[in-house]
Design a protein around this ligand. Sequence first.
Ligand code: NZQ
Ligand code: ZN
Length: 396
Amino acid sequence: MENFEFYSPTKFIFGKDAEMNLAKMLTENDAKKVLIHYGRSSAKESGLLPKMLRLLDESKISYVELGGVEPNPKANLVYKGIEICKNEKIDFIVAIGGGSVADSAKGIALGACYDGDFWDFFVGKEVPKAALPLGVIITLPATGSEGSNSSVITHENGNLKRGCNTDWNRPAFALMNPELTYTLPPYQTACGIVDIMSHVLERYFSPTENVSLSDNLCEAILRTMVQNAPIVMKNPRDYDARANIFWAGTLAHNNVVGTGRVQDWACHKMEHELSGMYEVAHGAGLAAVIPVYMKYQLAKAPEKCAALFARLAREVWGISPTENDEIATAGAGIFAMETFFATLGMPRYFEDFGGNAKDIPELVSKVRMDPCGTLGNLNPLEPEDISNIYKMMCRP
Ligand code: NZQ
Ligand code: ZN
């Protein structure tokens, strides 16, 4: 096991009516003037936003609103939020919505405490040294942004989608009511399920040996997703299935299951360029990338992947091992995963989300490689490998 530090300062309030703790949490955090940040329409239509604004009015907490966050949130609105925070002397930000709203709020929180361009943090030019405190009412189990150290923003200039990882991004509190996820359309629910599973897989795809605790935790979360996904797809108002998925989403990405392991993250970085260029939902892009990535790695580096992928097949997908043939067992697991994503209605091929093979060189050139010049750690990829994977994703 590798040495590690684990830091998860967020106070999670989970369950029915969790959002009603907003005023109390703001008072506990000594918030004087709050920026209420939200998306395009869902929080208004569900009644959540008006209910929260009423709560703030009744509690005499002063606030300014900024809505309009788009999926794959854009830098322009972050700039606007930073300006509001500076002009209005905002001292606390509340995000109400999905991961995009949380991420946009994190970008604003960083930029509001910085004299330069917040984008410096996302391209690695500067390291954040401060941020406004942030609370979230998360309405979409997917990104784990309610507990994660990440924010992912797309800059309109070049459609570059970039992440900034810093402990300054970790929310002070997260209010999580599974009932608030009942209104999610099936497609969005499915995208979230894939994203949660991918956050576990990025950690599971590790060259680190003798990490049985986190191996087992990863598999437990993945099994939980496989068990509960069909239930919520059939009955969106199943409280317990929604609740299990919601909490799995937080644990999948607050790094509790990644402790002590070298992690991969190649699929995420390849996907980010897809959702940056084509506006495909992040989870949908991942559903197309992950099985192809696994097939490619299994063929290219079976000595690094076969045993791990075969274990995944057995422990999560219930595949009976093919005697003395880990590659066959691993392959059956990948097929089971592909089928599972298809039953959720996820895209499979590049073309399914508007991808075009002619864009592959540009996509490859945009992928943010690791500092050592390759991508991922299970079996590091060169640009040529990335190009091959994108090509394998195209419809035959
Ligand atoms: O814009 P509104 O009207 O609010 O609608 C949203 C949006 O259209 C809707 N929605 C959210 N909650 C809802 C709801 N609709 C009905 N009922 C509800 N309860 O869902 C749509 C998608 O929302 P979005 O926030 O974009 O989805 P998600 O939470 O999946 O966030 C995706 C973004 O997060 C990034 C992704 O790359 C992508 O940009 N990620 C952030 C991470 C992090 N911060 O740790 C890690 C992830 O790997 C990921 O990269
Ligand atoms: Zn993700």
